[in-house]
Design a protein around this ligand. Structure first.
Ligand SMILES: [Zn+2]
Length: 148
């Protein structure tokens, strides 16, 4: 392994020092079950090399992880029959890039606290709780991402 972090729990899983319920492993990545799944069947795919941000991975490695997630996601559809298979990357939990592959029963399974609308009796989840961005702002965002 090129880079390994002594404090990283995912690196400990890769080296076999920490337990994991492994789904898949090859020479570049491995997949194992999430300890706190939203629904049974949720797993993650990680590079064997310790890279913090998903966006810092070489193109071919990132693509490989996405393809492995997709292949295992097809199996997830067969076995768990969720309505959708979602792919989430955030990295707030462990600073070692990971693609969460999530069986989705409804849109609330992948949401932000910004989608919570408080009501008299509690709360509800509403995707339209997030305000629409103006077309001018969206065009400006697109231009910034294009590098224009
Ligand atoms: Zn690591």
């Amino acid at each position: 392994m090129k880079h390994e972090s002594a404090q990283c729990v995912f690196c400990a899983i890769i080296s076999g020092e920490a337990p994991a319920s492994v789904v898949y492993r090859d020479d570049r990545c491995m997949a194992f079950m999430n300890l706190r799944p939203l629904h049974p069947g949720e797993f993650m795919v990680i590079p064997l090399e310790h890279i913090d941000h998903f966006t810092d991975m070489p193109d071919d490695l990132a693509a490989h992880i996405m393809v492995v997630g997709q292949r295992l996601g097809r199996r997830m559809m067969q076995v768990y029959a969720p309505k959708r298979v979602g792919y989430v990357v955030h990295g707030f939990g462990v600073p070692h890039a990971h693609l969460n592959v999530v069986p989705l029963r409804d849109s609330g399974d992948i949401m932000s606290a910004k989608h919570i609308v408080h009501t008299d009796t509690g709360f509800r989840i509403a995707h339209d709780a997030v305000p629409l961005r103006s077309r001018a702002d969206l065009d400006a965002d697109a231009a910034r991402l294009r590098g224009g």
